[in-house]
Design a protein around this ligand. Sequence first.
Ligand code: ATP
Ligand code: MG
Length: 433
Amino acid sequence: MEELLSHRSRLYKGSLEPLQEYYVPSRLLHREAEIARVLVVLRSALTGEVPSHLLVYGKIGTGKTAVITQVQKEISRRVVPENPVTFLSVNCANVDTNYALLQTLGNQLVETLPGQEPIPTGWSQDRVYRSLCTLADERGGILLFVLDEIDKLVHNAGGDVLYSLAQMNRDLKKARSAIVGISNDLKFTEGLDARVRSRLSQESIIFPPYNQGQLRDILRERAREVFQEEALDPDVLDRCAFYASQESGDARRALALLRLAAQITDRAGGRQIRAEHVVLAKNTLELDIIVECVKTLSAHCKLLLWVTISGYERRRSGVTMGEAYKSYESVCHQLGIAPLVARTLAEYVSELETLGLVHAEIYSGGRRGRTRLITSAVPSHETLRALEEDPLLKPLSQQRTSGQTSLFRFDGQDPPAPRGFISPRPPPAGETA
Ligand SMILES: Nc1ncnc2c1ncn2[C@@H]1O[C@H](COP(=O)(O)OP(=O)(O)OP(=O)(O)O)[C@@H](O)[C@H]1O
Ligand SMILES: [Mg+2]
């Protein structure tokens, strides 16, 4: 126990904080141009002029939130008392309704105004909006509503409130406001009323994904602060950057890989993080994503995935749609639930394919005619375990571990691949470097 508790890592020289996701470094590498563009749009606030509404787009982990946070700091530092500028920031992933967004903005304003009471829940949405306007006028100056993950608001709540917020200046007497929206989804405005869409898109900036070299620079900067001189094999940062750039140029992913590779090395008592630790970290992260994804599936989709993977474990060339359906029916029967019709199940196969959990290739030829041949795209053992965590599927785990396989009665030998394949088999997941 003493030994475990007094463990001192040989890798780190100081705090691990710079590797954490929430840490925002003072310098954002390779985002100088984007920072400048955002500043050009918003700087008029410092002289009391209301800026245009701004939409910032980019894939995940491309530094959108970090850049806007930094710009917010830079502008806030330069505010003069004659021209107050107030940033009100909300992550829309945390507000389920238009009402909640208005109330959250209002309550942030309340905190800046002495003697004001929070907006109670129970008022009508219109009243909350009017109260927000009154509070804004009391505060005065320029208000910037930073709506991070604004696409989530539109998807979850329809975004009606954006209509009011985008033209709030009509209802304000002293203050002026503008929206800074941040989104992963370039198309989120498509569902909005044309007038709101054109107002919101007065200015828009798209952040490109980071490339491998840029990600390596970002990692190097952090690594310098965290690790001992000899703790990193020269290959490690490049590996993390390579994997993250292959996916979506996501800096968060690159940092997570480095952090996890360091943890894996440290737990094994190692003195140096090497490429193999990065590979282990990559596999672990991918598995985490699969497990999370599996948990969100509907019960019948889980059953279908379970029979597909179990079938795939028995026959690596995959199972046909007919075989999958028969096994699924059998499993439903065994669990005492009514099976869905084959057509619905075929739709579920497409859903599992879209999620990247299975491959479903069209196979034509032999006596099966034209069918889809389903193979697993995920690590079988771990995915089956994740599926069996669902109480409905729990009985299947005993059956699997006891080796009972009567569920799978394949009606033929392995299909003679690959002559009949129409679509090419995707490359196997896993190590590519
Ligand atoms: N240019 C950069 N320099 C240093 N660190 C960066 C840079 N860009 C992003 N990061 C770091 O990467 C992580 C992800 O960045 P951020 O949260 O800003 O991405 P995002 O584009 O907002 O992603 P999402 O769409 O998922 O919200 C953060 O920890 C951030 O500090
Ligand atoms: Mg973000």
